[in-house]
Design a binder for this molecule. Structure first.
Ligand SMILES: [Zn+2]
Ligand SMILES: [Zn+2]
Ligand SMILES: [Zn+2]
Length: 109
């Protein structure tokens, strides 16, 4: 008989929750835009600047991807693989990503 097995304390619920929250914060949503077709000025409200495209408003919004999985961890731009290889019709796992799905009960819309 040994009591060794019980020497490692189980993590508390609060500890687990904090770890899940940290993972969810990492795997947050990242919005992908395309050209919206308007001419925007730098100081227009609600426009964002996109690499190689320029300024776009909400009309250019295309889909959500994971800010970690589909940006290669950059959290700033979409990876080439995501842009050209992932389907963005709801059948792929860009958002919610597999990590997020495993941690929550969220489904793709
Ligand atoms: Zn626009
Ligand atoms: Zn992810
Ligand atoms: Zn993707």
């Amino acid at each position: 008989m040994s009591t060794q097995m019980h020497s490692v304390p189980l993590p508390s619920y609060a500890d687990l929750q904090a770890r899940i929250d940290a993972a969810l914060a990492l795997h947050s949503q990242f919005r992908v835009y395309t050209e919206c077709g308007h001419h925007h000025e730098d100081d227009d409200p609600d426009v964002i600047e996109i690499d190689e495209i320029g300024l776009a408003c909400g009309d250019g919004f295309m889909y959500l991807i994971c800010a970690n999985c589909c940006t290669g961890g950059s959290r700033e731009w979409q990876t080439e693989a995501c842009a050209s290889e992932h389907k963005h019709d709801g059948s792929a796992t860009c958002w919610p990503c597999p990590t997020r799905k495993a941690l929550t009960s969220e489904e793709s819309q």
